[in-house]
Design a protein around this ligand. Structure first.
Ligand code: A3P
Length: 280
């Protein structure tokens, strides 16, 4: 199957062109946020889909009906993708849940003065790069990632600094470092529901936890990407809900790659205030 070799470069960041146009990217910067909006922000492969599921469940008091019947790209569309405005108009939800991978400096003007609630999701960059590598193998809208060594070099050369973009962001916000496995607690869902000012009783929180578990989401066609056609996502190359493990980077990193990563990371990310969890 051929790769969809189209990309859009916007403010120095490369986006897969079949979903992003210059118009859609420009519109994202002028997006009229409403005070009731919930914005999920992340670097790709940090647990974005998981947070979309948790937020949807919280907004529905733990009832999984919406999660199980509406695809995540409809109930929490990506701001920078060309269908976002159409989806928000056609499927009005209250509150609106919107997702983005755009860095803070690009969205700051649109968010200025808004009371939209921002949840920034981060994950340790070693797990991110491994997850991203596997994803690029199956996602036809990314160039062939080549060897893991090549992919790691590209990540360390250019992309990794975007991860600290939202570290100093302002006003209504919650920073969540997804340690994957280790956050499966009522306390975690409770913290998010409190931040969203949607307090839930224990039974509802338990339901949120159950339906946002890795096994539930792996079987949920509304989030596991199996609805996406093989021309766009080559399902023979892997699963979107791949491992969901903390410390999975050890399955691919050699000792040498790890040492190189540590040295680049400590010099380029020394001003990063995010606290990552690297291991179980
Ligand atoms: P892996 O590839 O390491 O398995 P994103 O949604 O930002 O693209 O992130 C995808 C990553 O989050 C994948 O990581 C995926 O398995 C993981 N993930 C998604 N839902 C999860 C869940 N409920 N529990 C644990 N990991 C989850």
């Amino acid at each position: 199957m051929a790769r969809l070799d189209v990309t859009e470069t916007f403010h120095g960041i490369t986006f897969p062109g079949h979903l992003h146009t210059q118009d859609s990217l420009q519109s994202a910067l002028r997006f009229p946020f409403q005070d009731t909006d919930i914005l999920i922000v992340s670097y790709p492969k940090s647990g974005t889909t998981w947070m979309q599921e948790i937020v949807t469940l919280i907004c529905n008091r733990g009832d999984p009906h919406v999660c199980q019947t509406v695809p995540n790209w409809t109930r929490a569309p990506w701001l920078e993708q060309h269908y976002c405005a159409m989806v928000l108009e056609k499927y009005p939800l209250n509150p609106r849940v919107i997702t983005t991978h755009l860095p803070q400096h690009l969205l700051e003007p649109a968010l200025q003065g808004s009371k939209a609630k921002v949840i920034y999701v981060s994950r340790n960059p070693k797990d991110v790069v491994v997850s991203y590598y596997h994803f690029c193998k199956m996602a036809k809208f990314f160039p062939d990632p080549g060897s893991f060594q090549d992919f790691l070099n590209q990540f360390l050369d250019g992309r990794c600094e975007l991860m600290k973009s939202w570290q100093n962001f302002f006003f209504f916000n919650l920073k969540v470092t997804l340690a994957l496995q280790s956050i499966k607690s009522l306390h975690f869902c409770g913290k998010i529901s409190a931040f969203l000012q949607r307090p839930l009783v224990e039974e509802e929180l338990n339901s949120c936890l159950k339906h946002s578990s890795f096994s539930s989401m792996k079987n949920n066609t509304m989030v596991n990407c199996t609805l996406i056609s093989p021309e766009i996502m080559d399902h023979s190359k892997g699963c979107f809900m791949r491992k969901g493990e903390l410390g999975n980077w050890k399955s691919l990193f050699t000792d040498e790659q790890n040492q190189h990563f540590e040295s680049v990371f400590s010099s380029r990310m020394q001003d990063c205030s995010l606290k990552f969890v690297w291991d179980v």
